[in-house]
Design a binder for this molecule. Structure first.
Ligand code: BGC
Length: 342
């Protein structure tokens, strides 16, 4: 496994951005920039041995900085996913954050972790991206030291380890927001998916959980047996899948959450996590974006598996807690495992 460092230009604020290329002996290649701790490319082989880029993104830093970037490949935080009315109460104090998704807050606010420059360190075969999110940033309490470690193994696992510490109680929920397309382009409706979840968090029309964990059994949300994504997608509430699945395994061990197969290329993606939930988002809001190499990304041309705690947890006492105290250490792991089905 090797990691090389390349210049990726400067942001509109004049900050220098680097790109880190991780490559293993199989020829799998992952590129990550320290703007937003963003995965910009993942190249894997199909069953014929052809290498294609299986994540959506842009060609340059200006693309990633553009206002309509839908979090391609980014690390979302301090609180990924939605917070109802952009607010929460912690130890009796109410906090109001920016409402950047209608009446709600989404993915950490106006300038969340996805829009920040991270300090990079290459340590043998790992890339460590760190930053301090200062007390009050985007309205969140506490200085938070965050570290995200990326590793591409010879077994073809892209492993992402998250760690954080705070000096005041706060809430935290981190995730990676890569949009995958295992065919390297076109619709993802033909990909087959399996998610190991008997329940999902039922949401209102603004995608905020009602608090109910609804059984998937007998509904269009049931993905427990591998099924083409397109099978029931048009019956799903809203424009398609954009829901948090409550994983059956909740003991914090690294466990398979979901498996995706693209029958045409043979590429497979297995997603493992230590987190209790995964937001399966079928790229419903992709609206003919012009992305890498002039590719047009239309509705359902990419999907995300955002491993995380449940949305709006700070306002839902029955959900697993997302509170981080100074005496605790936040840790979680996500693995995207790449394979080929013959
Ligand atoms: C959300 C979608 C949102 C997308 C891009 C996903 O995590 O669930 O509703 O459109 O991120 O912002």
């Amino acid at each position: 496994m090797s990691i090389t460092t390349h210049s990726y230009g400067t942001t509109k604020h004049g900050e220098k951005v680097d790109l880190f290329r991780l490559e293993n002996k199989r020829g799998t290649l992952v590129e990550i920039i320290n703007y937003g701790a963003t995965i910009t490319s993942i190249l894997t082989h199909d069953r014929e041995g052809t290498l294609s880029d299986i994540v959506l993104g842009f060609d340059d830093i200006a693309g990633y900085e553009s206002a309509d970037n839908p979090y391609f490949g980014a690390t979302c935080g301090r609180f990924a996913n939605r917070l109802k009315k952009g607010s929460f109460t912690l130890n009796g104090t109410s906090y109001q954050l920016a409402k950047n998704d209608g009446e709600n807050a989404l993915h950490g606010g106006l300038r969340g972790f996805d829009k920040q420059i991270w300090e990079a360190q290459v340590n043998a075969d790992t890339l460590i991206l760190k930053r301090v999110s200062p007390d009050g940033e985007e309205g969140y309490p506490g200085n938070l030291l965050v570290e995200v470690t990326f590793q591409l193994t010879e077994e073809n696992d892209l492993r992402i380890d998250y760690q954080a510490e705070t000096d005041q109680p706060t809430f935290i929920n981190l995730t990676n927001h890569s949009y995958f397309n295992l065919a390297g382009g076109g619709t993802i409706r033909d990909h087959h998916i399996q998610i190991h979840a008997d329940h999902y968090t039922l949401v209102d029309e603004t995608a905020i959980p009602t608090g109910e964990l609804r059984a998937v059994e007998g509904t269009e949300m049931d993905l427990r047996c591998s099924l083409a994504i397109g099978t029931h997608i048009d019956q799903v509430q809203g424009l398609g899948y954009d829901h948090n699945y409550c994983l059956n395994q909740t003991d914090g061990s690294l466990t398979i959450a979901a498996q995706v197969i693209d029958p045409s290329s043979g590429r497979t993606l297995t997603c493992l996590t230590t987190e209790p939930g995964v937001q399966f988002y079928s790229g419903n809001f992709l609206n003919s974006f012009i992305g890498k190499a002039g590719n047009i990304y239309a509705k359902q041309n990419g999907f995300c598996l955002e491993t995380q705690h449940f949305p709006d947890s700070p306002n839902q006492p029955s959900f697993p807690s997302t509170q981080l105290n100074p005496s605790d250490r936040y840790t979680q792991t996500c693995v995207y495992r790449f394979g080929i089905e013959k």
